[in-house]
Design a protein around this ligand. Structure first.
Ligand code: UP5
Ligand code: MG
Length: 198
């Protein structure tokens, strides 16, 4: 892992606002934004072998094998290792075993941001976005499955990092307007950057 190029994970349920907050972090800190979901949707769009393998899993709200997501993330990190100040990983890891593999093969994030949002709010946002997003998973049927996967498999990741190192995880409510949510995240990033300089 290149020194001085921190990794931040942004985690949270479907529609909790991961992408929305990542845009702001990129604007202010210039990190490379790697959304595992976006990387996968690109593969589907271009009809690659990975895309063909993952399309149905995503439509079913299930997790793609970690080998696949880790490969895409590592490739993007490698390509940009000299041209970015840090890595902002959005929507990965999504299960405890994925976090363990990442810890072993890549390293530990400097910060894990967990966006906490009630299910009804996330559902409302996704249905609204579904009117225009064109995402094959923004429909009621798939949304319910995405929630199940999140609760069962992805929520334990937050606990995993919390147990791993005190203070690593910050839990932020993503119910307020995006700029208000961001204030807390911004301060947390400034906090660990200050720590790196000393
Ligand atoms: N919005 C955002 N913030 C708001 C706020 N504070 N107040 C009011 N509205 C707010 O936001 C969603 C919507 O809400 C937008 O319309 C936004 O304007 C509004 P967004 O920022 O897009 O939320 P986000 O959390 O990014 O939602 P997303 O749908 O992208 O989350 P998912 O976790 O469901 O999707 P992802 O792309 O990460 O994964 C998709 C699928 O890929 C998974 O289901 C899975 O099948 C697969 N996958 C894997 O298998 N492994 C991986 O590692 C990653 C993905
Ligand atoms: Mg997203």
């Amino acid at each position: 892992l290149p020194k001085g190029r921190p990794i931040i994970f942004v985690l949270g349920g479907p529609g909790s606002g991961k992408g929305t907050q990542c845009d702001r972090i990129v604007r202010d800190f210039g990190y490379l934004h790697l959304s595992a979901g976006d990387l996968l949707r690109d593969e589907v769009k271009y009809g690659t072998e990975i895309g063909q393998e993952c399309e149905q899993l995503m439509k079913d709200g299930k997790l793609v094998p970690v080998e696949v997501t880790l490969k895409l993330i590592k490739k993007a990190m490698k390509e940009n290792r000299n041209s970015t100040t840090g890595f902002l990983i959005d929507g990965f890891p999504r299960a405890v075993d994925q976090a363990e593999v990442f810890e072993k093969k890549v390293g530990r994030p400097k910060l894990v941001v967990f966006l906490d949002c009630p299910r009804e709010e996330m559902e409302k946002r996704l249905l609204k976005r579904g009117e225009t997003s064109g995402r094959s998973d923004d429909n009621m049927d798939t949304i319910l499955k995405r929630f199940d996967t999140f609760l069962l498999e992805s929520m334990p990741v937050v606990k995993y990092y919390d147990n791993l190192q005190p203070g690593l995880v910050i839990k932020v409510s993503s119910v307020p307007p995006p700029d208000d949510v961001y204030k807390e995240i911004y301060c947390a990033i400034l906090g660990f950057r200050g720590e790196m300089d000393t």
